[in-house]
Design a protein. Structure first.
Length: 428
């Protein structure tokens, strides 16, 4: 499918139809709804981490609705993590070391971990990306003190506000959730496009998603980037407002992934496929419009995100109150779990993440991005599982050229040109 195809109601209905055909296939394939993937799983469970965010919903649904069990994995544990740093540490340990086997994770993290860029003593821990969990659905929020500055997609008014604040002797800070992760890259892209150097003009700090609102309340930061429900909660509590949804930066951008320790997948290949099939089935269920109310009720539960369902459901349905007078119905930037190939781990998307992390110094310019993607991205497993489920995947591992809100273009066939347009020379 084209990367610029718009998912409106037609797109969602397409996802819903896929889910219905999937359910029908499950009844035919095996008793109890499981899918044939050759031999059965080698183990009955795995330990999967998650952060309290709505894009972890496929894991919640797969557990709550017994989908893991139907695929022969009744003992899967979905375990809340305190931060992305904790997620990384537990992935390094693995379940054999009282850690976890996989996780709902920021898409660049499996690369950072595999390359030893964010691990203790820079020791590489091989990871695989088995699927993307969602597209879009993040936001950049701004403190209430900047309400009069009318900060939105164009960050230039924010630049002027920050300069005034610094001139008065006050510090200015932008919060994200993990260095080199998606939230870090979205807020850096936005700031830089508005003429704000995120390494010089503002202090960039790391704050775990569930702590964003509390930190904004006490004045720790001027802006932050995170997934829901924390942007909505900020508005509900009268502490700030949504400047933009990240889909406005790059429509239908890739976001979280299902990341697994490579050692676990290599040791239990059938279990990995069963796990992935369950998550893909859950993704289809999540994207059916008629399930959004129930989905909001599930993710809001105490064991998952622990917030009122009203702080989740509106944006899940594409109803955006930005908190500054702007209101949008049927937003084209609604989070997608399955529609428009949301689940497929495009290698071209991973290449953009690596290229942007080179831009900001998280990877060396000499990094062999192609070789690293071949090691981490397991779209081949996704395709095998999809075929067993009767699902047709995209024709290519690349979405082709991607265009951003400021007119910049990323061509996966020539990532150096993208870096050059930003004034950065890629050595290799």
């Amino acid at each position: 499918m084209s990367s610029v195809e718009h998912t409106t109601r037609r797109g969602l209905l397409k996802g819903a139809a896929g889910a219905l055909s999937l359910a029908a296939a499950s009844r035919v394939a095996l008793p109890g709804g499981a899918f044939a993937q050759g031999a059965g799983p080698e183990v009955k469970g795995a330990k999967l981490g998650f952060i309290a965010l709505t894009d972890a919903a496929p894991l919640f649904v797969a557990k709550e609705k017994g989908i893991f069990a139907r695929h022969g994995m009744p003992d899967v544990e979905v375990l809340k993590q305190a931060s992305w740093g904790t997620t990384r540490d537990n992935l390094v340990l693995g379940s054999e070391g009282n850690g976890i086997d996989g996780a709902h994770i920021l898409s660049p993290m499996p690369y950072l971990i595999s390359a030893g860029r964010v691990t203790q003593n820079n020791v590489p821990v091989p990871m695989y990306i088995l699927a993307r969990l969602n597209l879009a659905g993040q936001c950049i929020s701004v403190a209430k003190e900047h309400m009069g500055d009318k900060v939105a997609l164009d960050a230039k008014p924010f630049k002027a506000a920050l300069e005034r604040k610094k001139a008065s002797g006050k510090s200015v800070k932008a919060a994200m959730t993990f260095p080199g992760g998606t939230h870090d890259l979205w807020i850096r892209y936005w700031l830089a496009a508005g003429g704000i150097d995120p390494d010089k003009d503002i202090e960039t700090i790391v704050v775990p998603p569930p702590q964003m609102v509390a930190n904004m309340k006490v004045g720790t930061m001027d802006c932050f980037c995170v997934c829901e429900p924390w942007n909505e909660q900020l508005i509900t509590q009268g502490i700030g407002y949504t400047a933009l949804t990240t889909g406005e930066l790059w429509k239908d951008h890739p976001e979280k992934a299902l990341g697994m320790r490579a050692a676990w997948v290599d040791k239990y290949p059938n279990a990995a496929k069963a796990l992935l099939a369950a998550v893909m089935e859950a993704q289809q269920w999540c994207d059916k419009p008629e399930n959004r109310d129930e989905l909001a009720g599930i993710v809001a539960k105490r064991q998952w995100i622990n917030v009122p369902a009203t702080d989740v459901v509106r944006r899940m349905k594409g109803e955006f109150d930005y908190g500054d007078g702007r209101k949008v119905s049927n937003s084209p930037h609604i989070m997608k779990y399955w529609a428009d190939d949301a689940s497929y781990p495009f290698k071209s998307h991973d290449l953009w993440f690596l290229t942007e992390d080179i831009r900001w110094g998280k990877f060396d310019p000499q990094t062999d991005t192609k070789a690293l993607i071949e090691k981490v991205n397991r779209e081949d497993i996704w395709r095998e599982v999809a075929k067993g489920m009767g699902v047709t995947g995209p024709a290519s591992t690349s979405r082709g050229k991607e265009t951003f809100f400021d007119g910049k273009v990323f061509d996966p066939a020539d990532p150096s040109a993208y870096l050059n347009s930003l004034g950065i020379k890629k050595v290799a």
